[in-house]
Write a protein that binds this ligand. Structure first.
Ligand code: NAD
Ligand code: KPL
Length: 303
């Protein structure tokens, strides 16, 4: 069965090239015929891993093609996912599996609600990748893809294909807890690195601010039934700050490169959840407003 990949960016290309390398059928879904022509002219997708570059002739078609889709990997940013899936929804078969790779929360539920007939599998990825040029991806950080289904715990039979492709993964029956935990980590670190214009490690000098945010994040997590994701949050945030001290957070990099951030699916989602549950979150709300001001001042979208 073919892996259709919607979003030929960093993670989409990282998955597509590894599937192709293992001889598994994969097909990129590109926006339109112009993108398809550009890709065809390039002749394949390049994976740069440990300094070695290999190009794979991954198949591709435009989103508007007619072939039915049984397995779809959605690798767009959270703010693009719903619209991108809407454009191919009519191609999904009754038995389709849809893997959602988005960071944060909110986009996955929106896509799942649009596709009641499909099995939506949420993925929380700790792998790292970036594009060094068009149609070329650098595998920058080993990690793990946690996969799970919020509505049923039975693992899909195709997990062995991820094994075959060397895509590190783990099936979990608590994917929402994983996603909330990562979201909380991102909320405690990423906005502050933008506001203080610093690497992750420099947040050690803002320990009080980080501690107060983790306390509020913990109480929002408990309010929304994710007490497990709240356990030991501050300690893990401190560990991540230390382990990634020399790195710039993904949100810092987005802002520095003038790209739209996923704020609405990270801090925005936490603040909206707190508001809906009447859970006090004054520090998180203030942080969100400060971040919005910063994005506006830089001429970037604040949603
Ligand atoms: P990216 O911007 O590199 O890739 C997204 C791709 O989707 C782009 O090529 C874009 O053109 C394409 N796209 C958008 N709308 C489309 C549409 N309607 N039709 C077809 N293509 C469309 O993003 P990314 O870095 O791969 O991130 C994807 C998701 O994975 C994000 O939610 C991100 O937070 C998450 N994530 C990324 C990394 C990483 O290291 N890159 C790590 C963990 C999680
Ligand atoms: O995931 C991250 C990111 O930069 O998005 C870390 C390194 C955990 C910081 O929140």
């Amino acid at each position: 069965m073919c892996w259709h990949i919607l979003g030929a960016g960093s993670l989409g290309s990282l998955w597509a090239t590894r599937l192709a390398r293992a001889g598994l059928p994969a097909c990129l879904l590109l926006r339109d015929d112009t993108r398809l022509a550009a890709y065809t002219a390039r002749g394949g997708l390049t994976l740069n891993e440990n300094g070695e570059r290999h190009t794979f002739a991954v198949a591709a078609q435009a989103v508007s093609a007619a072939q039915p889709i049984e397995r779809l990997l959605v690798a767009c940013k959270a703010y693009d996912a719903e619209r991108a899936v809407a454009a191919i929804a009519h191609r999904l078969t009754d038995k389709a599996d849809v893997l959602l790779l988005q960071n944060g929360l909110g986009s996955q539920e929106a896509v799942a609600a649009m596709l009641p007939q499909a099995r939506c599998i949420f993925v929380s990825s700790t792998e790292g990748a970036y594009r060094d040029q068009d149609w070329s991806v650098v595998f920058a950080g080993q990690g793990l893809n946690w996969l799970g289904d919020a509505t049923q715990s039975l693992a899909p039979s195709w997990l062995n294909e991820l094994e075959q492709a060397g895509i590190a993964h783990q099936w979990t029956s608590s994917i929402l807890e994983r996603l909330w935990r990562k979201l909380a980590l991102n909320c405690a670190i990423n906005p502050l690195t933008v506001l203080h214009q610093c690497r992750n490690g420099a947040l050690q000098a803002h320990a009080e601010e980080v501690t107060a945010l983790c306390a509020e994040l913990g109480s929002v997590l408990r309010c929304c039934g994710q007490a497990g994701a709240a356990e030991g949050l501050l300690e893990q945030v401190q560990q991540v700050i230390t382990a990634t001290a020399a790195n710039y957070s993904s949100m810092y990099q987005d802002v520095a490169q003038g790209r739209r951030t996923e704020i609405s699916y990270l801090l925005g989602h936490v603040c909206a959840t707190a508001r809906a549950l009447d859970c006090p979150a004054p520090g998180l709300n203030r942080l969100r407003l400060r971040l919005i001001e910063e994005l506006k001042a830089r001429g970037l979208p604040s949603d």
